[in-house]
Design a protein around this ligand. Structure first.
Ligand SMILES: Cc1ncc(COP(=O)(O)O)c(C=O)c1O
Length: 407
């Protein structure tokens, strides 16, 4: 993987911010976009800025064909059997909500999640439980955020209709043994919804090999534009899921007193869509695939190992998540004794132009249950370098010296 060649595609990495080049370590929030993606977005506005699936003129036909091609590319990316199993949503949250609320779950049914779900799963399941009486059952993870399959099996019953779980945690970087989860869930007759927002940018996900029923991801975490999510629903299962939003384009016909929904994916794509974002997503999938997911994951882990080893001896630095960097992919979540997570992020931004996330990362329940106030999070991607890691680890060592001497 040629990181210096990749860096040339990202204009922002080559522009000084406040007199220094930025060190962008906030990739789990959203990645940067290469020129191939921004050019595709611009091309939409300049060459075929029309609407897909409705009008029959030439520009509209061009948009329809382009969107179909992106759908086919997304299906290939996840090895879906058919492109119609992929719907475009506005983000991962919309896809997750669609399945959680649209699956017809009712009082007497149970939904299982982990205790480290992103609020995009956690909150809709809480709301579903509150409004329908569905029982929410939670699998407790270990102190380091890893999940024990025995603990999972203990909460499974024939009443569980949906297992909704984060494939890769946005706090710890831990990735579930998804195949085992799917097999266990299916043996109880439950369907599985995977939140693949963090996994999709760097892990090969083969939905057919996993046998997963549905899955949601977002383009902006894999070099794509903001405002596009990808929802996978297997085969005919989509026919049993109601959309979250009703209206134009999602129906075959309406009468004064009735309507008939279109089959998936159109039923999940109501209203005019984010066409520039969709074609930009096609360019991002192509970009990421051309680098190779195995190469991307290896690169992330190698950077993570470098930073983890450099900081391993410091008592003032505690890692949130598994101690083994191989289990954390591209994420290094940590705290420095004597400083709040926001202080760490602000000091490193001000002093070194290191941009990272701090706080509870939309996973408040994870932190509350462990009595931690939050953490700073470095998340690396394809354009990050060993040199950037070294700037970061040196800066953290300085912080530890200054704010927790003797720790
Ligand atoms: C694990 C996880 N799930 C869901 C989401 C929500 O994704 P989106 O912002 O695309 O809705 C995120 C975003 O950070 C995430 O990290």
């Amino acid at each position: 993987m040629d990181v210096s060649k990749i860096r040339k595609d990202f204009a922002v990495l080559n522009k000084e911010v406040g007199g220094r080049l930025p060190i962008y370590f906030d990739n789990a929030c959203q990645t940067l976009r290469p020129r191939q993606v921004t050019e595709a977005v611009m091309e939409y506005y300049e060459s075929y800025p029309a609407c897909a699936g409705r009008s029959v003129h030439k520009l509209a036909t061009e948009v329809s064909l382009r969107c179909d091609a992106v759908r086919a590319r997304a299906a290939e990316y996840f090895n879906a059997e058919n492109p119609t199993e992929i719907a475009f949503t506005k983000n991962a949250t919309e896809g997750l909500n669609t399945v959680i609320f649209g699956s017809g779950l009712a009082k007497g049914d149970e939904v299982v999640t982990t205790d480290y779900e992103h609020n995009s799963v956690h909150v809709p399941v809480l709301e579903l439980a509150r409004t329908t009486g569905v029982r929410h059952r939670i699998v407790r993870s270990a102190a380091d955020g890893t999940l024990d399959l025995e603990a999972f099996e203990k909460v499974m019953t024939r009443k569980v209709k949906l297992v909704a779980m984060c494939l890769t945690s946005n706090v710890t970087g831990y990735t579930l043994p998804a195949k085992e989860i799917v097999d266990i869930a299916h043996s109880y007759g439950a369907k599985v919804l995977l939140d693949a927002a963090q996994a999709a940018p760097s892990r090969k996900i083969d939905v057919q090999a996993l046998g997963v029923d549905s899955m949601a991801a977002s383009a902006h975490k894999m070099c794509g534009p903001s405002g596009v999510g990808l929802l996978y629903v297997r085969g005919e299962l989509g026919e049993n899921i109601k959309p979250r939003i009703f209206g134009g384009h999602g129906v075959t016909d309406t009468d004064i007193t009735s309507f008939k929904l279109l089959p998936p994916p159109e039923r999940f794509e109501t209203g005019l869509q984010n066409y520039s974002g969709i074609v930009g997503t096609g360019a991002s999938l192509q970009y990421v695939s051309s680098i190779g997911l195995d190469e991307i994951l290896d690169h992330e882990i190698s950077l993570n190992r470098r930073m983890s080893h450099a900081l391993a001896g410091l008592d003032a630095v505690s890692v949130v998540g598994p101690s083994d960097p191989n289990q954390r992919g591209g994420l290094f979540s940590f705290n420095v004794k004597g400083l709040s997570a926001h202080d760490v992020a602000m000091i490193l931004d001000n002093s070194k132009n290191i941009m990272m996330r701090s706080g509870m990362h939309c996973c408040h329940s994870f932190f509350h249950s462990r009595h931690i106030d939050g953490c700073a999070r470095v998340s690396v991607y394809i354009y990050n370098t060993n040199e950037e890691v070294d700037v970061f680890t040196d800066a953290v060592m300085d912080l530890a010296d200054k704010f927790s001497p003797g720790a």
